[in-house]
Design a protein around this ligand. Sequence first.
Ligand code: ADP
Length: 526
Amino acid sequence: MDFPLTVHAIVRRARSLHFAREVVSRLPDGSVGRTTYGAVVERAERLTVALGSIGIAPGDRVATFGWNHAEHLEAYLGVPSCGAVLHTLNVRLHPDELAYIANHAGDRAAIVDASLLPQFEAFRARTPIEHVIVVGGEAPAGMLAYEELLAASDPALFVEVELDEQSAASCCYTSGTTGMPKGVLYSHRCLALHALSVSTVDSLAVAQRETVLPVVPMFHVNAWGLPYAAAMTGAKLVLPASRLDAASLLELIVTEQVTLAAGVPTVFLPILEALDAAPGRHDVSALHTVVIGGAAAPRALIEGFDRHGVQVLHAWGMTEMAPIGTVGRVPAELAGAPYETQLSARAKQGRPVPFVEARARGDEGLVPWDGASYGELEVRGASVAAQYMGGDGAESFTADGWFRTGDVVTIDPDGTVVIQDRAKDLIKSGGEWISSVALENALMGHPAVAEAAVVAVPHERWGERPLAVVVLRDGATVTADELRAELEPRFARWWLPDEIVFADAIPKTATGKFRKTALRDLHRRG
Ligand code: ADP
């Protein structure tokens, strides 16, 4: 049969098979709220009806600005169900960036956490957003309260609108190295196939018996597809809202008997520290797997969780891939290998998930899968973007239909991908991007500055942090503090370089570009 792969199919499955399975959310007061997929689906359908009643039509963009909780799951299911496109705005971005993104996407409505209203108000006036729906609190004048909207909408009016599986269900923006963020649209088919693919046993193995804790925010690339995979399989979902500290997460893991958690390394490092500091204090015996991705999972982190009987699954992905691309599992050939050998295999980013294909290209064409030849990773597949919204960034796609990732890799003979370097000029701090070029341009806009280069330097907690190297104009003087003050109003706080150092010159390539590898080497050598 020509059975459309749509969010409708996931919703129907959750309603008919998993209605009694729990969805647990951390509430604003710190307590825990419980609901079920049955109730979530009913409310998602009310949301669909309500969006129609305020004039949202198929193809319209509906933004969310919120943390991980049941209402956000309702939007994940309810917005695409009316044919509209769910646009998850990243609450950590600077208001200028958010204004640009909401404009570019053409967001008509936004579902906003009450606790985030001040941040939302900082950019809302510069967007086309007509309707603001407030979750978890009272709606100020001119806005709608989510609960009132749902209460007033008649679920009997819900009809499953006919959806083309190739139509857009959601969208997300990716940080640009230069220029502005680029939009990626996910089709219904992409989300359905991605949910199926991450549920396979060689992938993340999301299953009905699991209790899944997506620590990765729902404003980050579909929360790695976990909400859809959980609703499809019937896994219990545990949603931590904004409480992402180790103590709060451990409490949820223990009391909700979480079996599978997922997030960036920065989130799991303090959890490991807490477990190490008081062995036996937290009963994490239910937890068998943590999926770590978004940045390389350090080998020590994988080894550390092993000590507590928790397997780390290392995953690599991108916004342009919905996002899971590869998952690192011990291949069958190494099943009997010594621990150290298996550990080395698990520290790699792993093999492509089903319906994703990978290859790497060097200066002389595609490189062999020999585990040694470097090349830029190119991918294609059922959950890989074919283009950016509005035709931006066309240079990222090859003429023969592959997407250029900007990651420099080696590929082992068995297809295992190892990320070796990054071709894109970005810094990843705590799982969020910082554009070195944007900081450089701002620094070079200062009258005292002749040249500025910003590079990523390793950081124990955040993975990477920005370091700025500045060359002053002849005779000019300015202090590092003065330069920081200059940057402060223009960037999110966590973008500001930890250190600004002054140098006589910045090493350059033959074509006059900053040689960032040389700067990173200099920093490494102190
Ligand atoms: P996400 O929100 O999933 O991090 P982004 O599109 O923002 O997606 O970032 C994708 C990039 O993050 C990759 O191209 C790569 O540079 C980096 N990345 C993601 N996962 C890993 C990993 N496991 N190891 C190394 N780098 C990674």
